[in-house]
Design a protein around this ligand. Structure first.
Ligand SMILES: *Cc1c(COP(=O)(O)O)cnc(C)c1O
Length: 376
């Protein structure tokens, strides 16, 4: 095996998936060395990363904290809920997709009380109903919503929801897993107390850790809540404050990669620059797909610029497994659908992808549907 050749041929597979996603060559290269976890350089990298995450959320030096946590994004969501809920706590979960449903499931596993407002996967939540629920149930202490519902690509109105949540003085949690880094967000203005995200989505790092951003007074008020040792965000934060380190074995390589990914985000013009590139990718994708005759699952008004769900063509020759495999064999990895009541597949435009990559995948899709004899 020739390692050098494998690395230079780094776009063997291009991922059109929302995370893990396509990362740059330099992000991958940043991992090609070992650092000890007590190494000064590593401790500085952790400190830089935590600071830059607060900057991305526009809350550096504004009473917020960034807490890194080993594991995937779900670990951060579970950590927020298990650390953030006091013994008498009760959640209101606003659900219009699989990730909202996962929040509800975590709450159930933790045997915490909850109530759910569930909406169709292609529709926005009803704000009047959220308000009514908060008015009628004084036991609710926390409200959770997913920002960009990766299930479909739908964007929830987190600002309007935050205003309602704060009118009733509740704690507000936003799962921003597939939005943070590519949507301009100011946590303070959005009234977010807890936000969860992961290294391997729009910041374009590799998998290995997730993170939570927390309003510091809300974080400090969680003393005694922990329902898990490994997922205790307050204790994890105290560890970083004490000696700059993770409490348990740190994801050294993915932190090095992430530090590089943050530099690339800066070079691109920060979140506005990244948002602009993804939006261009998104426009290119939907125009090309529409031209071929594909239709989108969501109404464009509620569709975000990260991932798009396309309806299966009704023509009988279309077979998703075959379609997926042909594209995959040619190096283009798309994503199956996750909508519960419609047959869809998804294409994400996030990651180290540019307009040319989108034009490439469109060409390959065209050739594939032609080869399959699908008439759109
Ligand atoms: C990716 C994602 C998660 C976390 O998923 P993991 O597989 O645990 O990383 C949670 N919520 C949303 C909206 C996501 O897109």
């Amino acid at each position: 095996m020739n390692d050098g050749q494998q690395i230079s041929n780094w776009k063997q597979k291009v991922l059109f998936t929302p995370g893990p996603l396509t990362t740059s060559m330099s992000v991958k290269q940043a991992m090609l060395r070992d650092v000890g976890h007590r190494d000064f350089e590593f401790i500085h990298a952790i400190r830089d990363v935590r600071q830059k995450l607060l900057e991305i959320g526009q809350v550096a030096n504004k009473g917020y904290e960034a807490i890194l946590l080993q594991g995937s994004g779900t670990f951060a969501v579970e950590a927020v809920i298990s650390t953030g809920t006091n013994p008498e706590g009760k959640w209101l979960v606003i659900q219009n997709g699989a990730y909202g449903a996962r929040i509800g499931k975590i709450i159930d596993v933790l045997k915490i009380k909850k109530t759910v407002l569930k909406y169709a996967e292609n529709s926005l939540p009803n704000l009047g109903e959220i308000e009514k629920t908060l008015k009628e149930d004084p036991f609710i202490t926390h409200v959770a919503v997913v920002h960009n519902e990766t299930t479909t690509g739908l964007v929830n109105p987190i600002k309007k929801i935050g205003e309602i949540v704060k009118r009733f003085n509740k704690i507000y949690f936003v799962d921003a897993m597939s939005s943070f880094g590519a949507f301009q967000m100011n946590l303070e203005e959005l009234k977010i107390d807890w936000l969860a995200c992961t290294a391997n989505k729009n910041i374009e790092g590799v998998p290995g850790f997730a993170f939570a951003l927390a309003k510091k007074d809300v974080l400090l008020a969680t003393e005694g809540n922990a329902r898990s040792l490994a997922l205790d965000l307050l204790d994890q934060w105290k560890g970083f404050e004490r000696n700059g380190q993770f409490r348990f074995s740190p994801p050294t390589h993915s932190i090095l990669a992430f530090k590089e990914a943050l530099l690339e985000l800066e070079k691109e013009g920060g979140v506005p620059g990244r948002e602009a590139r993804y939006k261009e990718n998104y426009q290119t994708l939907i125009e090309g797909m529409r031209e071929m005759g594909f239709t989108e699952y969501l109404n464009p008004e509620i569709q975000g610029h990260i991932i798009v769900s396309f309806n299966y063509p009704s023509y009988p020759n279309f077979n998703f497994e075959q379609f997926y495999k042909i594209l995959n064999d040619r190096g283009y990895v798309i994503y199956p659908g996750k909508v519960s009541n419609a047959d869809c597949f998804r294409i994400a435009v996030c990651g180290r992808l540019f307009k040319n990559d989108i034009l490439d995948v469109l060409n390959v899709i065209k050739e594939t549907v032609d080869a399959m004899g699908v008439e759109l």
